[in-house]
Design a protein around this ligand. Structure first.
Ligand code: MRU
Length: 365
């Protein structure tokens, strides 16, 4: 990446054309770059549930295109069934994962277009739905660029006078594989890397290994060096002064500024605060949910404990990580209290504590 250049990525996790949503199957990375075609809302919902596609903004984008695919599928068979099919598809998509609010938000926008276009010719309605899905994706792409620029400037200002190369630590994957653009947390990382030297640490992020498999893959694809860290090593490295900033994404930000993100984020925020390291959440305003008052009201997805005690193998099958019959708990997200978040970087500006008032200004009532 050339110094001072606008950060970019060559990674594209989705494409859509004529009723077919093509997803880069993230379950298979980094071993295989294979694609999964979704030609209905049900197939798209299953891709979201099974984590073939993941990341809060990207599941919103996928759901929007999933509804376009559904519309084309139904109109080719029984055009009169379009409204019922869209309503059922929307329900299925929204319930595929509960924590990321971007999913319900994107489906809500698609439903509004479906309602507003009711009574028009089916072909015209499909084009209107597709135009809205393209807008949702394009808005996210642009939001990532602004978030990257603002977040990098905020961190650089905190690093004034710092000797040596700063190190940023990120968790999970809030990058190009999780958005329609350069990513949110990784948008900030890419913008920092475009401005000057920076070291990047990524938590491996047990058990789905979004950090090891996805963040490492996409940064390498863009020629950026990344060093992986077992999740359990992060707090002690922060304590030893080896990290100058923690940057993560978010799945839902409540009205009071509490942040739900990949499980493990809360521990990083505690360690960062204990050792005076800036803790930054990077997210588009579509992740802010003013209807959810606080973190305790955010639904936390509980995934199957099997995903903790078995390791899928690249060629198929899996290996057991614990004795047969041992159970496991897998809350997929945790909540970081607003007071531990030094900055919430959105495309409309940066919120610093206390967050509640600023967040309300970012989201229209
Ligand atoms: O379970 P995942 O992989 O969908 O979890 C993703 C995260 O927690 C991300 O940090 C979040 O969605 C933000 S993505 C820009």
């Amino acid at each position: 990446m050339t110094k001072g250049s606008v950060p970019t990525t060559r990674v594209s996790p989705y494409s859509y054309a004529a009723g077919r949503l093509r997803l880069l199957d993230q379950r298979l990375l980094p071993h295989q770059e294979a694609f999964l075609d979704c030609e209905s809302a049900a197939q798209t919902a299953e891709a979201i549930r099974s984590l073939a596609v993941r990341g809060a903004p990207l599941i919103g984008v996928a759901a929007a295109y999933g509804l376009c695919a559904e519309a084309r599928r139904v109109v080719a068979r029984v055009p009169d069934d379009l409204d019922v099919a869209l309503a059922l598809g929307a329900e299925r998509l929204v319930s595929s994962r509960p924590t990321a609010v971007n999913l319900a938000w994107a489906v809500g926008r698609m439903r509004a277009v479906a309602e507003a276009s009711s009574g028009r010719d089916a072909g015209e309605r499909i084009l209107m739905l597709e135009a809205e899905a393209h807008r949702i994706a394009e808005e996210d792409r642009l939001a990532c660029l602004t978030i990257g620029r603002l977040g990098a400037a905020w961190l650089r200002a905190r690093w004034t006078g710092l000797a040596g190369t700063p190190t940023v630590l990120t968790h999970c994957n809030a990058g190009a594989l999780a958005t329609a653009g350069i990513g949110t947390a990784l948008g900030v990382v890419r913008a920092l890397a475009a401005e000057g030297p920076i070291a990047i640490l990524a938590d491996e992020t047990r058990p789905f290994l979004q950090g090891a498999r996805l963040t490492a893959w996409e940064l390498r694809e863009d020629g950026l060096d990344v060093v992986l860290l077992p999740d359990v090593a992060a707090a002690s490295l922060i304590a030893r002064g080896r990290v100058q900033g923690v940057v993560v994404g978010a799945d839902r930000i409540a009205a009071n500024g509490d942040v739900a993100n990949k499980v493990g984020t809360y521990g990083l925020a505690l360690a960062a605060r204990a050792h005076g390291v800036p803790f930054v959440v990077a997210a588009p305003t579509t992740t802010i949910d003013l209807a959810t008052p606080d973190g305790a009201s955010i639904p936390i997805e509980e995934r199957d404990g099997k995903e903790v005690v078995t390791l899928p193998l690249p060629g198929g099958g899996s290996v057991a990580l614990a004795p047969e019959g041992v159970g496991a708990l897998y809350p997929a997200f945790d909540v970081t209290p607003a007071a531990l978040v030094d900055a919430i970087v959105t495309e409309l500006g940066i919120s610093e504590p206390p967050h509640a008032r600023t967040l309300a200004r970012f989201v229209p009532p």
